[in-house]
Design a protein. Structure first.
Length: 443
């Protein structure tokens, strides 16, 4: 068993990347998250007073989750253990817990920082729970994923969640300016770089401090050094370094669900421009076009339905086109389907009908099928009056009967209530005629 030791947090900076060299050591050096760390804000007070409790830092990459944990480590009087969910398993967790228990017996608190805590499975997360409950450890977890989905409910209920936000462009520019002047950065060099270039790097980084500093380091390393020792970063160098911006997308993470939600709601709001934009965001980031096509098929019935029955045909055809062609050719077929859904008349009557019927069905699972509409393939069933009184609608002039098909306890219940949009107005009128006929012909 390898020995678990408190890590040296701020040593050995030689040859480290710029982002590591410039990692803030104090709250005063920390950039961003003023909603949590501004003067008088709750997280700042907890850190300054050394009163941290179990908590989860949730936010996108490069916003300071690990840095905050290390600032806490630098200020706390508790034992601090840095733990990675990527390289550790149950065996390592037990070793850490044994050390924490020993610390507790000597009256010392233990803060356990778990980076990428969402990578732990349920069993691994459960291993922490009893020690958090009895106070052996104060757990600080960092995650880029929504804790509601990735952290066990029992563990999450014992942790306070702090949401860290992507850094603003001006905050990243400030960080880049400091990197150029700070001795831990490029302060020992004379660097000439235009302010608009720093802003371009900040915009490219998309709220990620680590990405911004890594890009700055790249352009500086590729800058032109003259005889006087002045290093100049030229626009063409910067352009080469940021020529292809990575799209913010994780096909398995929360952003995956955010973007498909954005597409669905843009179509529902009859906004084809927004819908096509979100479609492009997903496809260009590598999303499976068949996944998008399946969601469009769902939309065709959930949000359009009988207001335009051809919507479902269009959606299924788009799915088939994606299956036959794949990307990038099928992007135009999905665009056609998405624009069609956006401009189609809207009705959620089918969705509402099923959800209401489902609720009744679940609550009344034992409700018997009325005898009149039961099948009677055997003599015994006929003797039990299965199918007795059944009326065959095709034998009537109106193709209608007044036969009750719902269970007695649900007689008269209405689930499908058509909207008056598009072609569903015709269905609504027909349904009203059917109901009026039954009202007049029911004795």
């Amino acid at each position: 068993m390898r020995e678990m030791e408190q890590l040296t947090l701020f040593g050995g900076e030689e040859n480290q990347p710029l982002a590591a060299r410039l990692r803030p050591r104090t709250l005063e050096e920390f950039v961003g998250q003023t909603h949590l760390l501004g003067p008088g804000k709750v997280l700042r007070r907890l850190i300054e007073n050394d009163q941290v409790s179990s908590m989860i830092f949730w936010g996108p990459p490069g916003v300071g989750k690990t840095t905050l944990a290390r600032i806490i480590a630098n200020r706390t009087r508790a034992a601090f253990i840095d733990f990675s969910a990527v390289t550790s398993g149950i065996k390592e967790i037990r070793a850490v817990m044994e050390q924490a228990e020993a610390n507790r017996r000597y009256g010392e608190k233990t803060i356990l920082f778990v980076d990428e805590i969402h990578r732990f499975n349920k069993a691994q997360q459960d291993a922490f729970l009893p020690f958090v409950e009895k106070g052996s450890i104060i757990l600080i977890g960092a995650t880029t994923e929504n804790p509601s989905f990735e952290i066990n409910g029992a563990l999450l209920s014992r942790c306070r969640v702090f949401v860290l936000q992507a850094l603003k462009t001006e905050e990243l520019v400030s960080l880049l300016e400091r990197a150029i002047k700070d001795e831990r950065g490029f302060g020992s060099q004379l660097i000439r770089i235009q302010p608009e270039m720093l802003e371009s790097i900040a915009v490219f980084a998309n709220g990620d401090a680590r990405a911004a500093l890594s890009t700055l380091e790249m352009v500086v390393l590729n800058g032109d050094l003259d005889r006087e020792g002045v290093l100049t970063v030229r626009p063409e160098t910067l352009e080469q370094c940021i020529s292809k911006k990575s799209l913010l997308y994780d096909k398995k993470g929360e952003e995956h669900y955010n973007l498909i939600s954005a597409l669905h709601k843009s179509m529902r709001n009859s906004d084809p421009d927004a819908a096509v934009y979100w479609l492009a965001r997903m496809l260009e980031a590598g999303e499976d076009p068949l996944y998008v096509a399946r969601r469009v098929i769902r939309f065709a019935s959930e949000d359009v339905g009988l207001a335009d029955p051809r919507a479902l045909e269009t959606a299924v055809a788009a799915y088939q086109a994606c299956h036959f062609l794949g990307m990038p050719e099928c992007s135009v077929h999905l665009t056609q389907a998405v624009v069609y859904m956006s401009l189609a008349p809207k009705s959620n009557s089918l969705y509402v009908a099923y959800e209401e019927a489902k609720r009744d069905a679940v609550e009344q699972l034992s409700e018997p099928v009325p005898l009149v509409i039961r099948n009677a393939p055997t003599r015994l069933m006929k003797e039990l009056e299965y199918g007795k009184g059944y009326q065959y609608a095709h034998d009537t002039a109106e193709k209608l009967t007044n036969m009750q098909c719902l269970p007695d306890s649900l007689a008269g219940r209405e689930y499908y209530r058509p909207a008056g949009e598009g072609e569903e107005a015709d269905w609504k009128a027909r349904l009203e005629r059917v109901k009026e006929w039954r009202r007049l012909n029911t004795t």
